[in-house]
Design a protein around this ligand. Structure first.
Ligand code: DAT
Ligand code: MG
Length: 149
């Protein structure tokens, strides 16, 4: 089973969309392994977005992600990384397919509501930035056999 890091960004929290965004993942059948409301500080934002340092959007991105609380989650399932990315939609909400989170709730690339790890290496780097191992729970749901083959 694959794990991925998901963040409901400050706009999602401020706009009261936490429940609706979590529901998108829950209703697909993905399983929550960890979740908390936190304020990302400058140092954590810089580590999380280190790959984007030097790009023109880097400074506004760091400002945005540190501007207000976020919800961070570890989500798991078979192919969870790709499924989460497709459930979120394209980075730019203008290009995101209707039915995805970014298309249904957003308009602009700098207010795109959610983050999801973009691959296994990224997930392995990002999850420990936000969660200690003992905060990530392994458990079965009674519905798992109706969701996972
Ligand atoms: P994603 O969040 O889909 O993984 P990314 O990792 O390429 O996209 O970029 C991280 C965030 O930075 C993205 O969610 C929004 C912002 N961003 C990316 N490309 C941008 C651009 N060309 N202009 C403005 N903001 C951008
Ligand atoms: Mg990314």
């Amino acid at each position: 089973m694959e794990r991925t890091l998901v963040i409901i960004k400050p706009d999602g929290v401020q706009r009261g969309l936490i429940g609706q965004i979590v529901t998108r993942f829950e209703q697909r059948g993905l399983r929550l392994a960890a979740m908390k409301l936190i304020r990302i500080d400058q140092a954590l934002a810089e580590r999380h977005y280190a790959i984007h340092k030097g790009k023109p959007f880097y400074e506004p991105l760091i400002h945005y992600i540190t501007s207000s609380p976020v919800v961070v989650m570890v989500i798991e399932g078979n192919q969870a990384i790709e499924i989460v990315r497709r459930t979120m939609g394209a980075t730019n909400p203008t290009e995101a397919t209707p039915g995805t989170i970014r298309a249904d709730f957003g308009l602009e690339i700098g207010r795109n509501l959610v983050h999801g790890s973009d691959g296994p290496d990224t997930a392995a780097y990002e999850i420990p930035l936000f969660f200690d191992e003992d905060e990530i729970l392994s458990y079965q749901r009674d519905t798992d056999r109706w969701i996972f083959e």
